[in-house]
Design a protein around this ligand. Structure first.
Ligand code: SF4
Ligand code: SF4
Length: 147
């Protein structure tokens, strides 16, 4: 490439908008229909277990007796089967990905939870990390209470 062509490219590039974004400060709007993470609403859940049965990767575990529902976002392949199978409308497929995690974190929801103060006390006692998006849990998914 001749010097003239190179300087031409450099000059043009200097006045053009950058081709990349300043991620994570600047994020692209998700495309319509993007399959993002699964959001759960415990208030209407009847713990029927249908979503867990339809999940091909066993990312969902539902315990009717304990009224506990949990999802492992690292196992989820965003197929949307659980959303389609839930007759109570508790599950929504968002169009954004699950937030990044630095450790394996299973999101756990439990009905009949304590008050926020009781929950905080119990969580501090157990030394558990802060809950994500209203759920709570740890790597084994066996701690917690929140709604
Ligand atoms: S299918 Fe819906 S109501 Fe049944 S356990 Fe799953 S989320 Fe709850
Ligand atoms: S989207 Fe698919 S893989 Fe993910 S939890 Fe639902 S059924 Fe399982």
């Amino acid at each position: 490439m001749s010097f003239l062509r190179i300087s031409n490219v450099v000059t043009k590039s200097a006045f053009r908008r950058p081709a990349t974004r300043l991620y994570p400060f600047e994020r692209r709007e998700p495309f319509k229909g993007t399959r993002g993470h699964i959001a759960f609403e415990i208030d209407t859940c009847v713990f029927c277990n249908l979503c867990a049965k339809k999940c091909p990767t066993e990312a969902i575990v539902c315990d009717r007796k304990e009224k506990r529902w949990q999802i492992d976002h690292l196992k989820c392949i965003l197929c949307g089967n659980c959303v389609d199978s839930c007759r109570k409308g508790c599950l929504t497929q968002m169009n954004t990905p699950a937030p990044p995690m630095t450790a394996h974190h299973v999101e756990v929801f439990k009905a009949d939870a304590q008050t926020p103060e009781e929950f905080e006390k119990e969580r501090a006692k157990a030394g558990n990390p802060a809950p994500a998006r209203g759920g709570c849990g740890d790597e084994d998914g066996d701690s917690c209470a929140a709604s």
